[in-house]
Design a protein around this ligand. Structure first.
Ligand code: ADP
Ligand code: MG
Length: 694
């Protein structure tokens, strides 16, 4: 049997020493198979000689002709200019760097063949620094038989080098077993996927008559075939993960309708239809012995927190603990306050744990978690740490999932394992995740959507305004606040530095206090002590402050219905999803709300477009789709979540329409040919991922 090319290192190829192997490693190429999946990003057409008279600008071509004139000209820079004609037209070759030998070669009368990109210049079409060869006038026309690939490269790795390595790799493909077809025939036929080896060969050496348009867009059947296989493998790996989790088993925690009913009675409102539906999904999941793996999506203000609290109570009713985890200190504190409001009256013991819980208090909290005295635990990622031992963790609620990586999600799953089962997992996100992204990144989760806002909300009027109108904005702010409304003033900074952002907020707060002495103004940012922050938030919530100056820490979770005005400085620095989150802090009461996006000119075209989206839409899903389109999946999911959104061949934006088929194919493959899953996962996710260990 032949060894798979996946197991053969590139160092077995001619000319690959350790230095070159390192460079290849940098762009993810280790095995010969990696090299074969390293697809060209574009192609050059060296398959035919183009008549000079029919040249079009801006695409690489081969031309051939006789040098008519050749001279060194003194423009802004000295250059060698050669006029070349082939009888159909003429063109200039221009060299800014040239040797005496070159000058001599390109003398009038010489026949040259060139490759390069014609551009319009001072003398009509010109090619700067073409590749060229002086040839015999009657030499036979020898051109390439296939398009010439241009590969993604890295420093010190030339196109010629990669091309010759790929040639070598392709020659090993002569033996078709070496790159095994892993997709069963039934799947290949049903989804019209071309055979693997043919697709790979074609993409490295496309025939001259191929549709370069499809190829350029990445929509050629050969490209789609590979993208499909890659997406399928990712999907399978997440399905497998899910299966593994479910085979471990969890705890059955059926609804007892004791604590949950008491909480519902105590609420000043009744649940929306969407909240009820999602609560039913969760309740059913929790009843089953398999661990729940559910993602709840709901726009800001849709009322996810209540649903989370009800789920926590269902766990507690069954004698288990529930943990609630938030991505930031301030959001965790908000949850603590909200949960305490609902749960304390029912006599449920709660503790709080974050990185800032220190010393004796920390010991106490850890002990209560370990001995089961604490029934509900709220905190930050501090809850993931090794020193945290739960007595009987039944349910883990993770808020704002997109900020935690898939790996952290797994770390938490492990937490409950010691008690002979995995805890149920409920993941809440206010970032509407575009469908295609959700299908690929969260294929291991069931999804429920709270697609209805509680009644009585008024739409937010969003205005985009330049910061040269700051004083006008301050006047408007003063008037509104003196009429009894409350407002946020949000400061942003380009840099991720929390320290600088906090400083900016401090400066702004001072400035506003000077200019608006009639108003009471508070400040909250991430570097303040917990107790201070809670104090300020409480004062704002109780209406003792007109204005809250804040960094983006208020992005999530803060809930003050009376606040109806928000000013965001330099909104162009934030992602759309983040802006939408921020804006969701207003528009929670019955008065009309306003959001002023105060940008700093000049704006790039993309920034303008993004702010316009904010002005025109209040639908989180529309905004998220637009965000995906403008910024790409890596950014939308958050930079911290690497891995999942990164594909070798597939591109979620381009191939989003494959996802539906991919999901179906994954299901069919698991049913019909389960043995195919493992090799596929190994092929596409083999290296560096620890899915297998979970
Ligand atoms: P989310 O976490 O989804 O952004 P919250 O859970 O913070 O939203 O809810 C936003 C606000 O709406 C809170 O003040 C909450 O008490 C209130 N709320 C939640 N559900 C309802 C409902 N069914 N009817 C009226 N108000 C609700
Ligand atoms: Mg919330």
């Amino acid at each position: 049997m032949n060894r798979s090319l996946n197991d053969i290192s590139v160092t077995t190829l001619k000319g690959v020493g350790s230095a070159l192997a390192d460079k290849l490693g940098k762009i993810g190429i280790h095995s010969i198979q990696d090299l074969l999946f390293h697809l060209p990003m574009r192609y050059q057409d060296r398959t035919r000689v183009v008549p000079i008279g029919s040249l079009q600008p801006n695409s690489d071509v081969v031309i051939q002709g006789k040098v008519l004139a050749s001279e060194v000209v003194m423009g802004r820079r000295r250059s060698l200019l050669c006029r070349v004609s082939d009888g159909t037209g003429s063109i200039s070759l221009r060299f800014f760097h040239f040797t005496a030998g070159q000058k001599n070669n390109l003398k009038p009368g010489a026949e040259v063949r060139c490759f390069g990109e014609p551009r319009r210049g001072a003398t009509g079409f010109e090619i700067y620094h073409p590749e060229y060869k002086v040839i015999q006038p009657d030499a036979p026309i020898d051109v390439e038989e296939t398009l010439t690939p241009v590969y993604p490269a890295t420093e010190g790795l030339t196109q010629q080098r990669i091309r010759s390595l790929c040639e070598q790799a392709l020659s090993l493909l002569a033996n078709e077993d070496s790159l095994q077809e892993l997709l069963p025939d039934t799947i290949r036929q049903k989804y019209r996927l071309s055979p693997l080896v043919a697709a790979v060969k074609l993409l490295h050496k496309p025939p001259p008559d191929i549709s370069t348009e499809l190829l350029g867009e990445g929509r050629h059947p050969a490209q789609q075939r590979l993208a499909f296989e890659e997406l399928l493998s990712h999907n399978l790996s997440l399905q497998q993960l899910r299966k593994r989790v479910q085979s471990i088993g969890g705890f059955a925690m059926p609804p007892k309708s004791q604590l949950t009913d008491s909480m519902l009675e105590q609420l000043p409102f009744s649940l929306t239809g969407a909240q009820q539906r999602v609560m039913n999904d969760i309740s059913q999941d929790m009843s089953a012995i398999q661990p729940m793996l559910r993602l709840v999506q709901g726009d800001v203000g849709s009322g996810k927190t209540v649903v989370a609290a009800l789920a926590a109570l269902q766990a507690v009713e069954n004698g288990y603990q529930a943990a609630v985890m938030a991505p930031t200190e301030i959001l965790a504190e908000q949850h603590q306050i909200n949960f305490a409001n609902w749960l304390k009256p029912l006599g449920i013991s709660m503790v709080f744990l974050s990185g800032k819980t220190k010393g004796k208090k920390r010991q106490e909290v850890l002990e209560q978690i370990a001995n089961g005295e604490a029934l509900v635990v709220v905190g930050t990622h501090a809850l993931f740490q090794d020193e945290v031992h739960f007595h009987k963790l039944g349910l883990a609620i993770i808020d704002e999932q997109h900020r935690f990586g898939v790996h952290q999600r797994m770390a938490l799953r492990k937490k409950g394992e010691k008690n002979g089962g995995l805890p149920d997992q409920l993941i809440m996100t206010a970032t509407p995740i575009p469908r295609t992204l959700a299908m690929s990144a969260y294929a291991d989760l069931d999804v429920s959507v709270i697609d209805e806002l509680p009644p009585g909300r008024t739409p937010i009027n969003t205005v985009v305004i330049g910061d040269d109108r700051r004083s006008e904005v301050m006047q408007r702010l003063k008037t509104a606040c003196l009429e009894g409304r409350q407002a946020y003033w949000v400061c942003t900074l380009i840099e991720e530095s929390e320290a600088l952002q906090c400083q900016a907020a401090e400066v702004t707060a001072e400035l506003l206090k000077e200019n608006l002495s009639e108003l009471s103004i508070g400040l909250v940012h991430g570097r303040m002590k917990s107790a201070e922050k809670v104090e300020v938030m409480k004062a704002f919530k109780e209406g003792h402050l007109h204005l809250l100056v804040a960094t983006t820490v208020i992005e999530v979770g803060v809930d003050v219905p009376n606040s109806s005005l928000m000013i965001i400085e330099n909104p162009e620095r934030l992602g759309l999803a983040q802006l939408h989150q921020l804006r969701g802090r207003v528009g929670r009461g019955s008065v009309a709300s306003h959001c002023l996006l105060m940008y700093h000119a000049p704006l790039s075209r993309q920034s303008k477009e993004r702010l316009q989206v904010m002005r025109d839409s209040s639908d989180g899903f529309v905004i998220a789709e637009k965000d995906l389109e403008l910024r790409g999946p890596g950014e939308v999911l958050g930079t911290r979540q690497t891995g999942l959104a990164q594909f070798r061949v597939a591109d979620l934006e381009r191939d989003g329409d494959l996802m539906e088929s991919v999901r179906n194919a994954a299901r069919e493959l698991i049913e019909q040919s389960p043995e195919c899953a493992e090799p596929l996962i190994n092929r596409w996710l083999g290296r560096g991922e620890d899915y297998a260990n979970v």
